[in-house]
Design a protein around this ligand. Structure first.
Ligand code: ATP
Ligand code: MG
Length: 392
């Protein structure tokens, strides 16, 4: 009997023990599950952290906001500023690549920024960053660290129009482009400027239209660059330094800019006309090596136009009839764009229409009577004897 009691007691105790053990095991399993769930969720968090910058980048691109880069990020994406694309009045431009493989051009600004210029910089970022057009260079972001102020733009494979008109450096020969392609570049550029003047939210005057600020994609689609930089402050001596704010580049800047008169978007129309001359002649407008009569190309073009010899103006070998027609149109539009009186210059919308053959072109008036009439120089000495507008 005693044995039987002992056995029953053992079974009961064992049952109790078993229950306890099972409970303990279940608790342990739950605990373990909890831990692995936590581990799993922290792994997910790690993944989120890892893809974060790309996500942020894509979101910001989608939200149409320029990104802010640190100076370390810019140094990394330009491989420590190892590949220089060129330099201009604001600083040096370097080639770079974002972590997702997107090629960029990083312009490191050398302007010393006082408080006013800093405010202008931020305002410009806001404006440029929200301005999109197929014929405008896109701003992806900027850097505003204590020691680095930079702008990060989309990279354009074929660089600036300059090298297709008169080569990169003195003595180097220009790369050739078909007349039709050059006409396309003129039309595209005009559309970019038209957008700035007439179509974007906040009207923008560029003030520095010139071949160096017309960049070309791999298939030679033109995009206007630097349309927000004009107000960033004083630049190097390649640019005009006037009380009017040092706007524009000699040779392209409209008379009202170098005479410090009120300026409007018609300044850009004038500069675009000067670019058209250079496209037509595939030369710098001012070139003393060409002899006195051809030294200043725009004036020579006017003389040829007046004499009914417009065909001499075009610098294209074996030019076909269609291209000749386009060249004649460009010539007349250029003469209209550089009219002395801003009001006499066409709007960019009409420039586009004329270039595309959608609008008849009234014969242009002489745009250079002020430089061709010798009396004017003596009567308005301070104004007309100043030759700073002639390209250097
Ligand atoms: N987004 C870009 N993609 C490719 N190349 C570029 C880009 N931006 C600039 N460059 C190159 O860098 C050069 C210098 O440009 P930058 O704008 O600094 O000088 P600039 O146009 O000659 O004068 P400015 O200071 O008046 O604009 C250009 O001529 C071009 O070759
Ligand atoms: Mg530029």
């Amino acid at each position: 009997m005693g044995n039987a009691v002992a056995i029953i007691y053992t079974i009961i105790v064992n049952k109790k023990m078993k229950k306890k053990i099972v409970k303990k095991v279940l608790e342990e399993i739950e605990k373990k599950n909890g831990e692995s769930e936590m581990q799993a969720s922290s792994a997910v968090e790690n993944v989120v952290i890892e893809v974060g910058p790309v996500e942020m980048f894509l979101n910001q691109i989608l939200n149409e906001q320029p990104m802010r880069f640190s100076s370390e990020q810019l140094a990394a994406c330009t491989r420590n500023y190892s590949s220089e694309l060129g330099s201009g009045g604001y600083g040096v431009v370097y080639k770079g690549e974002l972590p997702n493989g997107l090629p960029v051009a990083v312009k490191v600004l050398k302007v010393s920024m006082n408080k006013r210029v800093q405010e202008a910089f931020m305002a410009e970022i806001g404006t440029i960053g929200r301005t999109y057009h197929v014929h405008l260079v896109r701003l992806y972001g900027f850097c505003f660290d204590a020691n680095t102020k930079a702008l990060v733009y989309e990279y354009l494979e074929n660089g600036s129009l300059e090298k297709y008109l008169y080569g990169d450096e003195e003595g180097s020969t220009a790369m050739t482009l078909e007349c039709g392609t050059l006409h396309g570049i003129a039309v595209g550029t005009a559309k970019g400027i038209m957008y700035l003047h007439e179509e974007c939210q906040q009207r923008i005057v560029h003030y520095d239209i010139k071949p160096a600020n017309i960049l070309l994609t791999a298939d030679y689609t033109p995009k206007v660059a630097d349309f927000g930089l004009a107000r960033l402050g004083e630049r190097e001596n390649t640019h005009m330094s006037l009380t009017g704010g040092g706007r524009g580049t000699p040779g392209y800047a409209a008379p009202e800019l170098w005479m410090a008169l009120p300026a409007s978007e018609k300044c850009d129309v004038y500069s675009f006309g000067m670019v058209l001359f250079e496209i037509l002649g595939r030369r710098r407008n001012f070139d003393p090596s060409r002899g006195e009569s051809k030294e200043w190309f725009p004036r020579w073009v006017w003389e040829k136009y007046e004499q009914g010899e417009i065909e001499y103006v075009v610098s294209c070998d074996r030019i076909g009839e269609v291209d000749m027609e386009k060249a004649e149109i460009m010539c007349k539009v250029a003469l209209w764009c550089v009219q002395f009186q801003p009001a006499a210059r066409p709007s960019m919308c009409n420039v586009v229409r004329m270039l595309e053959g959608e609008m008849a072109i009234v014969p242009p008036a002489n745009p250079f009577h002020y430089v061709m009439d010798s009396n004017i120089g003596s009567t308005n000495s301070g104004l007309w004897s100043d030759t700073s507008h002639i390209p250097k």
